[in-house]
Write a new protein. Structure first.
Length: 256
């Protein structure tokens, strides 16, 4: 089992790494992060805070695009090219196939984020800033968010086309960052049925705002250890639920 999952994961990583879109998005992520220096020149206030704010925002945006683009194609491409039949004809179960795909995508995101984070740390150091553990925490939380996005894209990729997978995944990504509005709905809505529905959506949809700690990091007030631990547990539970749902759907797929 370990050999099969490892082989699928490494093959997925190599396939993702060969994708030109992957390199292009990493390049633009680094470029826009470095351009934060120019923004700091044009902005009044603490230049280092502005540099960190704009740089981390750029990395966040482009790493999310990488997660979406790399995830929506992989399973569908395997089905479309019939290569999934060759893989499943070997001693590889459908569960192992999905789990291996996720691990390969997770490794892809880890490498992409590590490259952008390393360059950003060097850039901050060259501009007179020291190593800030809070920024390292920011990248950890961002990785958890990206893994949830990857799991979502993998779910949609298992039963629909890349275009629809992209739309659905991007929609959930955007919704996940405005989950606070559902708490507002619960206050505004009068009917118990609608309030219950809003509460149901609040717990069903991914709350990605939990992992966005950019403002706290820039202002020097990072979240405490308990908040971070709860966010990690939330991410693990949500990813596990998404993978289980993906496996259930993939088990029912018929390939011809």
């Amino acid at each position: 089992m370990r050999t099969a999952v490892k082989g699928i994961a490494l093959n997925t990583f190599r396939e993702s790494a060969r994708n030109k879109v992957f390199y292009l998005l990493v390049f633009f992520g680094v470029l826009f992060a470095l351009s934060s220096k120019l923004v700091s020149f044009l902005t009044l206030g603490d230049a280092m805070k502005v540099l960190k704010d704009t740089g981390l925002a750029a990395i966040h945006f482009f790493s999310a695009l990488i997660a979406v683009f790399t995830g929506v194609n992989l399973v569908y491409k395997e089905i479309e090219k019939k290569t999934v039949l060759n893989i499943l004809s070997k001693p590889v179960s459908r569960d192992q196939f999905i789990f291996g795909k996720f691990l390969g995508l997770a490794l892809t995101m880890l490498v992409a984020l590590a490259v952008m984070a390393g360059i950003f740390f060097v850039f901050v150091a060259l501009n007179g800033g020291g190593f800030d553990p809070a920024i390292a925490l920011y990248f950890l939380m961002l990785l958890l968010e990206l893994l949830i996005i990857v799991a979502i894209s993998l779910l949609f990729s298992s039963f629909t086309t890349p275009i629809l997978s992209f739309i659905f995944t991007l929609s959930l990504y955007l919704i996940g960052h405005v989950m606070w509005t559902y708490n507002e709905f619960k206050v505004v809505l009068k009917a118990p049925l609608w309030r219950g529905f809003a509460r149901f959506l609040y717990y069903l949809l991914p709350n990605l705002a939990k992992f966005n700690i950019k403002n706290e990091v820039v202002l020097g007030t990072p979240p405490g250890a308990w908040t971070v631990l709860l966010s990690i547990l939330y991410a693990l539970a949500y990813i596990l639920a998404l993978l289980c749902l993906t496996i259930l759907i993939f088990r029912r797929r018929e390939f011809s």
